[in-house]
Design a binder for this molecule. Structure first.
Ligand code: PHE
Length: 407
């Protein structure tokens, strides 16, 4: 199945994405000024079987490819949200979903988040994302994984440099080397293969920098020693955040859905708790480091922390949660500001040609950006989410004034 959706670049946000949700679809959809479905060239459109037509959301993406992988037969989504500031960048997620539409939704949301992340971080890049949809409960063999990665590489290659992929949930540097067998547009291959390697230590470094500025805003001092943090999710990034916080002398509550991660708690002398207990524990800062959507209205009503700052993407279950946090006087570090370290390192090393120390400086500047946003939000009585979105929008509106790494 191939579904290709394009929105007119000149009218972003003005049109709707619609797609056939049933039946084999082979076609190209343009959501132009009329906002309707326009089959693309006749040959490709001939396979359309117009089933139920569903309106998804405002379509602000530049292009979205949805394809059943030629080799893997798995649904693959490559969403390019924006190239206004430069090539779109964003990782390749290989994850379990109940339906390919759920995977599509995730790719659309995450790629849009990457546009804001890159813009706010001062990178000369736009946002994109890839999702390889693994049906829930299905295991993927090593051969199927390779096949899916080659399928991803082919789609990225077809986009001709509009989008550069990288690692994300469920993929790592070795996978990027496999994608690299099909396209040059891939970040974070192992260092031995000429890439910048695993981005997760750099994402963790950026989150810890964000935690310092969060402590500065809460207590007037950025010191982490003696502060109490609850880290939810101990994957690649979460584990490294926990280790860095423990090394800095912080007090930790750790949590993961996988009980095997208890051993990390024991190793770091931390309390290990169930996710809900950890999320509502009395701590200085709650650190979400698992998948998105942790901050629901229900959870926010029960929080007992001074601030939330972490690595997870899309932490707010819905945008209105930002206002609830503000009403409860819980300081929120916008996710895409705090977790930009991984992509900042990759672009810094692989595009801008920076030395490792320069990349680390750029990552640590996340702290200053965040301090600026906290100040703006407090001064102008808006949510920190709004302050971050305003910063991203300003950068997107004035591409020429965007100096890489500027705060
Ligand atoms: N997965 C990273 C993120 O969500 C994206 C990334 C892309 C990281 C490319 C490194 C390189 O920010």
């Amino acid at each position: 199945m191939l579904l290709f959706v394009d929105s007119a670049k000149t009218t972003p946000g003005s049109s709707q994405i619609r797609f056939w949700s049933r039946g084999p679809v082979v076609g190209r959809l343009d959501s132009g000024r009329r906002g309707g479905l326009v089959p693309g060239d006749g040959s490709k459109a001939s396979g359309c079987t117009g089933g139920r037509v569903e309106t998804l959301m405002e379509f602000s993406h530049e292009s979205v490819v949805v394809r059943r992988g030629r080799r893997s037969r798995l649904p693959i989504v490559v969403a390019v949200h924006s190239t206004a500031l430069g090539r779109a960048v964003g990782g390749c997620r290989m994850w379990a979903y109940d339906s390919w539409e759920d995977g599509l939704r995730d790719a659309l949301r995450l790629s849009e988040g990457m546009t804001r992340k890159c813009a706010a971080a001062g990178l000369p890049n736009g946002g994109g994302k890839t999702v390889v949809v693994v049906p829930t409960g299905r295991s993927v063999t090593a051969d199927e994984r390779r096949a899916a990665l080659h399928d991803v590489g082919d789609i990225v290659a077809e986009l001709g440099g509009a989008y550069v992929t990288g690692p994300d949930a469920g993929t790592g540097p070795a996978d990027m080397a496999v994608i690299g067998e099909r396209t040059e547009y891939v970040f974070c291959r192992p260092e031995a293969a000429g890439g910048s390697g695993d981005p997760s230590p750099f994402t963790a470094l950026g989150v810890v920098a964000a935690l310092r500025s969060t402590c500065l805003a809460l207590f007037g001092s950025p010191t982490l020693a003696g502060r109490r943090f609850a880290v939810i999710g101990l994957g690649h990034v979460g584990e490294q955040i926990a280790r860095q916080l423990a090394a800095a002398g912080a007090d930790l509550v750790l949590s993961d859905v996988d009980p095997a991660k208890r051993s990390l708690g024991a190793e770091l002398g931390a309390v290990f708790a169930e996710p809900d207990a950890a999320a509502t524990a009395e701590v200085d800062v709650l650190v979400p480091a698992a998948l998105g959507g942790l901050l629901t209205r229900d959870l926010v009503a029960r929080l007992r922390c001074g601030a939330v700052a972490g690595a997870a993407n899309n932490q707010l279950a819905d945008p209105g949660v930002a206002e609830l946090l503000r009403e409860r006087e819980i300081l929120w570090a916008p996710d895409y500001i705090a977790n930009a370290g991984g992509v900042v390192n990759a672009v810094s090393r692989e595009v801008l040609g920076d030395e490792p120390e320069e990349a680390v400086k750029r990552i640590e500047s996340i702290a200053d950006t965040l301090t600026g946003l906290f100040d703006t939000a407090a001064r102008t009585k808006i949510t920190t989410a709004q302050a971050a979105d305003d910063l991203a929008r300003q950068r997107l509106a004035a591409p020429m004034s965007t100096a890489p790494g500027s705060a």
